[in-house]
Design a protein around this ligand. Structure first.
Ligand SMILES: Nc1ncnc2c1ncn2[C@@H]1O[C@H](COP(=O)(O)OP(=O)(O)OP(=O)(O)O)[C@@H](O)[C@H]1O
Length: 475
């Protein structure tokens, strides 16, 4: 490791510790930055302008002053250098082994439409375009126009738009979008697909859920042939794979096939986009090679929408259905339904139907009546499982590690925090909590509580993280 790489690592550690960036921000913005020497001066290199400009605006003042301090007062440059980033990405790519070898035949729903522009006669053009769009399996309604932008998804949105201008570029290939349930990952991914299709209807685009891919591999293996499977997927210009966590587990053949297709598309400069419920490293039972390949492009998180965004989504949905939704009713729904956008939409539909069938106008009173059950269940009872999942997501560790006997601080501290939260937010007894954390004794839980309570008093960062976790769990 060079001197500047060490300085960079120290800097990253400090900016994380000082709360200048969160883990999610690190993964999205900082992970692929490259520290290097230029005439004995240090410079930090971003792989593209988008990342450079965002960091420059939001973080660089603080980051550069820390770097300067670590560098004995010498200034550090922050630049964009595409070739360097591309070279590094390529190196990561080349270090993975390609899986090859295939055998014959599988019928995959193929697109029996000529994609040659010349063959499209004007009078059937519209019909052909419709069929071309159908072959992509994209939902026409999932566009950038209908995707509301807010703090929780603005980065993902910007990256998505950027990709439509230059699909396949190594700097954002693959794109890995992750986040909780119903937060708009599929919508964003399909918006990218729809926009690329709009620009070029002849592009071979395919959206699919990971389960459909598994089905294709199963069919291929039943017919003892993978040639057609390979031909189809390797012939795509844009592959959009939803909920990629589903290919984890014991489906070795699926993972092998996907790895092959994935590498093939990337090597040819074809864009691959995936969504997932968690960060690549946290996907359990997934081949290490896939994990490292998933993270080799751009990774971006979508978070739960804040109140203003929830209200904007509600107003937009109502508008699209020609319904006039008062701000105060939208605020009432938005304040009470916080979990995810899918539930928000469900709640809006419920209120609209309630108003329609009771022949009353849309008002807060009607919304209250319609949502009485949902509002009651939104005051959530938190379970130990919820706590373990949220804490693991937050600290980017695996649940299996949290429950293991590992004692490194990286695992032990989140474990103590999760135990303390379990005592504070659930009705479970100390022995029950100990049991749920890999069969530990109740005295371990007591000890964790004491440690965390002391740490919260003297360590601002722990205090802030603890409060944030409570907020996330009760939201
Ligand atoms: N920012 C947004 N603006 C408008 N609609 C949104 C937004 N985010 C999500 N939605 C809507 O919420 C619903 C759920 O979104 P989507 O299916 O994309 O979520 P997801 O994150 O892929 O969920 P899952 O993890 O369950 O696959 C969709 O109808 C989508 O249009």
């Amino acid at each position: 490791m060079t001197e500047f790489e060490i300085v960079w690592q120290q800097c990253v550690m400090l900016i994380k510790e000082q709360g200048i960036i969160s883990d999610a921000e690190y993964n999205t913005w900082f992970r692929n930055l490259i520290p290097r020497a230029n005439n004995s001066k240090m410079e930090v290199v971003a792989g593209n302008r988008l990342i450079h400009d965002f960091i420059n605006k939001k973080y660089w003042a603080k980051v550069s002053s820390i770097l300067q301090e670590l560098n004995n007062g010498t200034e550090v440059d922050f630049i964009v250098d595409k070739p360097v980033a591309a070279k590094i990405t390529q190196e990561i790519g080349n270090s993975s082994n390609l899986l090859v070898k295939a055998e014959p035949v599988l019928e995959i729903e193929s697109v029996a439409i000529s994609r040659s522009k010349n063959s499209i006669k004007p009078k059937v053009e519209k019909e052909v375009l419709t069929q071309l769009h159908q072959s992509t399996k994209l939902n026409k309604d999932f566009t950038f126009d209908s995707l509301i932008r807010g703090n929780s998804n603005q980065l993902a949105y910007a990256i998505g738009m950027h990709i439509t201008q230059d699909p396949g570029n190594r700097n954002h290939n693959p794109l890995f979008v992750y986040g909780g349930v119903g937060l708009g990952k599929t919508h964003l991914m399909q918006a990218i697909g729809n926009e690329i299709y709009r620009k070029n209807p002849n592009a071979k685009i395919r959206y699919l859920h990971a389960n459909d891919y598994i089905q294709d591999v199963v069919k291929a293996s039943m017919r003892q042939g993978f040639d057609e499977l390979k031909r189809y997927y390797n012939g795509l210009d844009l592959l959009l794979m939803d909920d990629i966590q589903f290919i984890a587990g014991d489906k070795t053949k699926t993972q092998e096939e996907f790895f092959y297709t994935f590498n093939n598309l990337l090597d040819k400069g074809k864009q691959v986009i995936m969504t997932c419920d968690t960060f690549p490293k946290n996907i359990n039972n997934l081949n290490e090679r896939l994990i490292s390949r998933f993270a080799s492009g751009l990774t971006v998180e979508i978070q739960p929408p804040e109140l203003e965004m929830r209200v904007a989504i509600l107003k937009n949905k109502a508008l699209r259905s020609n319904i006039d939704l008062d701000d105060e009713v939208a605020f009432f729904i938005g304040q009470n339904i916080k979990s995810n956008v899918r539930e928000l939409e469900g709640a809006l539909n419920k209120v609209i139907y309630h108003a329609k069938f009771s022949r009353k106008g849309l008002s807060i009173a009607i919304a209250k009546e319609a949502l009485i059950d949902i509002i009651a269940s939104e005051v959530r009872t938190v379970s130990i499982d919820d706590i373990q999942k949220v804490v693991c997501d937050f600290y980017k560790i695996k649940i299996s590690d949290l429950l293991s006997s590992k004692r490194t601080q990286l695992i032990a501290r989140p474990r103590q925090i999760a135990m303390t939260l379990s005592k504070e937010l659930t009705q479970h007894s100390l022995p029950a909590i100990g049991e749920a954390f890999g069969g530990r004794d109740h005295t371990t839980v007591l000890h964790a509580q004491k440690t965390i309570s002391q740490l919260r008093e003297k360590d601002e960062k722990i205090e802030r993280e603890y409060k944030l976790l409570i907020q996330m769990l009760q939201n």
